[in-house]
Design a protein around this ligand. Sequence first.
Ligand code: KG4
Ligand code: ZN
Length: 367
Amino acid sequence: MQLVAQESSQSRPASGRSSKLPGMLVLGIESSCDETGVAVVESRGAEMPVLLAHALHSQIEMHQAYGGVVPELASRDHIRRVLPLTEEVLRASGRALAGVDVVAYTRGPGLAGALLVGAGVACALGAALGKPVLGVHHLEGHLLSPFLSADPPEFPFVALLVSGGHTQLMRVEAVGRYELLGETIDDAAGEAFDKSAKLMGLGYPGGPALSRLAESGDAQAFKLPRPLLHSGNLDFSFAGLKTAVLTQAKKLGDQLEARKADLAASTQAAIVEVLVKKSLAALEQSGLDRLVVAGGVGANRQLRAQLDAACATRGVRVHYPELHLCTDNGAMIAMAAAMRLQAGVQATTTVYAFDVRPRWPLAELPA
Ligand code: KG4
Ligand code: ZN
């Protein structure tokens, strides 16, 4: 388990409403997939909400034996972890449970059973404390996670959202105002990393393992397709790339072991090139000069290096979440809730009946 108590950072103005808003302590619970995350965020008036503490339990080790996430095991583990993590986080933040003003949870998208754990616990806590609850969109959590960093972005910006299940380019005007510019028509970028890694025998989760191996490989070694690179729109497709990696791996046969690092580097180069070029096209098309990169694949070093280099020559600022907040965590859920409330785009509820949204387009969020 990972537990982090944040040094309270200096007050920063948020770009939400500037009216006199009350201080608010938000407890956030994330349980959409294979990480149980809990965090406490405090917002004071119109200032940027501040992360007080967060704790995370990753189920990676448990799922590793199966080569991927087993949904039923994921749900059961969330049940085991969520309350001890909540206690830890409150202790680390120095706040009492009774001091929590809002209990936020991930309502979707994600695994239905896993989401139900977080939603159920959040609504039960809310009911027991007599405090309101708020269901948060997981992708909005990722999208707003760079606001937890010491150098937060300013609206508007282009967002590249690259997670295990989603690859989207968005124009972000303000909290809740998201325009989809393009998205994957099949696999997500994270899936391309994970599936390619799996057929190279790198285990689960494949993205970090493949990118580590790629560091000692030659990215030019194999010619792999750059799907939809010249499609003229901002959509992505990664399913063909995975097939090309499989074909190449089969062709290598006995040689695969010796050439694995080269194949990993070539695969990563193909994914990264498409993500970088499409991001630049989105910036050009929208006329914006700020890019936010969020989601697990945003932790990829090559992607960061190439985006930084390409954006620097174009006068574009790139913002990332802190490295440890790229993948799923409770901090981004508490933060998204605090920012939505602060911006006045969503109200909490004291109706504790809940549902979850395993499939939930970001565009359906109230703005
Ligand atoms: O955002 P996230 O934690 O979960 C979802 O909401 O899906 O993203 C997980 C994805 C996985 O596909 C994982 O392999 C990928 O992010 N990932 C990476 C790296 N770290 C995580 N992919 C490439 N390079 C990395 N360093
Ligand atoms: Zn995620």
